[in-house]
Design a protein around this ligand. Structure first.
Ligand code: GLY
Length: 343
């Protein structure tokens, strides 16, 4: 099947799975990748992968690896976008979202969680100890405290305090609908370093263990200076994260609203189920976002996906330049790869 044909198929979207199933089946070829394997978003993924790899190299479970891996990022002291050191919402509070899925399709998530250092571990306990998939806000916090998590101070890190004070100089303390169209700082724009590279906003991690089982995790503080109560894609199963042990695992990063509108990670998995490679499945999904919103320009909204399949193949794709992901499958292989991009 040539590239053009694949793009045509991509334009069908996830609603046309019956058709894509037929079309992809002619292209389906099994390629053997790496096992065990862990892949995570952005440069922070390198350190996170190291912790995950310590578990995978001893034939540990992918679920344990993806929890331990992202806990490293959650505990970082100077991280704008994950954990309690991250940038706050408009009211000056850090609110955290996280999700986790195991090889049996069990899922747990927390959203709008405050003052808890490791939301990913709370999400895992929601999955393992409650009949529910998702807990939010004060209920999630109450559950975390009942489970023995410490309630941390509601205090911004030095870097977050400075960034928040800078933001307050130019932005009204006032929720604004459609803020992306308003003047002044665009709170929905991706963070950028001075050198122009996109900053990470989420760590997502997906893994295949030595037993051939898949799991995934995702944790973030969401958009900096977001409206209070805003929840992104990361804790939404099927949007920010999806795992199907028969097929693969996928996780997203970037502007969560756009990911939620297409059930992004689920779409990646369904494309792989019907024969797309992990990279092509990620590409089809960012193309879907771009088709829905063709006005997206270079330097505008960023969304990226990473995916692995059941055979240990991996890939990623983003809308904009600047997205990268960390891949680890050996003691001496933990490398950052620049994702291909549409614009
Ligand atoms: N992708 C993270 C968020 O939008 O909250």
């Amino acid at each position: 099947m040539n590239r053009r044909r694949l793009l045509q198929i991509g334009s069908l979207g996830v609603g046309s799975i019956a058709i894509t199933s037929k079309l992809f089946s002619s292209a389906k070829k099994i390629t053997i990748g790496k096992k065990p394997l862990v892949v995570s978003t952005w440069g922070v993924g390198i350190n996170a992968n190291k912790a995950a790899w310590e578990i995978l190299r001893k034939n540990g479970r992918a679920l344990d690896a993806v929890e331990a891996g992202v806990m490293i990022t959650e505990a970082e002291q100077d991280n704008c976008c994950v954990g309690l050191s991250a940038y706050p919402d408009r009211d000056g509070h850090v609110t955290l979202d996280a999700s986790i899925m195991d090889e049996q399709g069990n899922a747990g998530s927390v959203a709008f969680l405050e003052r808890i250092k490791h939301p990913i571990s709370v999400a895992r306990l929601v999955m393992e100890k409650t009949p529910h998939v998702m807990l939010v806000g004060s209920g999630a916090q109450q559950f975390a405290v009942e489970q023995g998590f410490a309630l941390e101070d509601d205090k911004l890190s030095d870097s977050a305090k400075k960034a928040y004070e800078d933001w307050l100089k130019t932005s009204q303390y006032k929720p604004v609908m459609n803020i992306e169209n308003s003047k002044g700082q665009n709170a929905f724009a991706p963070h950028r370093f001075a050198n122009g590279a996109f900053n990470h906003d989420t760590i997502g991690m997906i893994s295949l263990d030595a037993q051939g089982n898949l799991s995934g995790s995702c944790t973030t503080s969401g958009l900096a200076f977001k409206m209070r109560g805003r929840v992104g894609d990361s804790p939404i199963i099927g949007a920010g994260l999806f795992v199907d042990n028969e097929v693969g695992a996928a996780v997203s990063t970037g502007l969560g609203e756009e990911v939620m509108r297409v059930c992004g990670s689920h779409m990646v998995i369904e494309a792989m189920r019907h024969g797309a490679s992990p990279e092509d499945a990620c590409k089809l999904t960012v193309e879907k976002i771009l088709r829905r919103k063709p006005s997206i320009k270079t330097d505008d909204i960023q969304v990226g996906f990473i995916a692995i399949d059941k055979n240990g193949n991996f890939g990623g794709y983003s809308i904009q330049k600047g997205f990268n992901y960390a891949v680890c499958y050996a003691d001496d292989y933990n490398t950052l790869i620049d994702a291909k991009h549409l614009l």
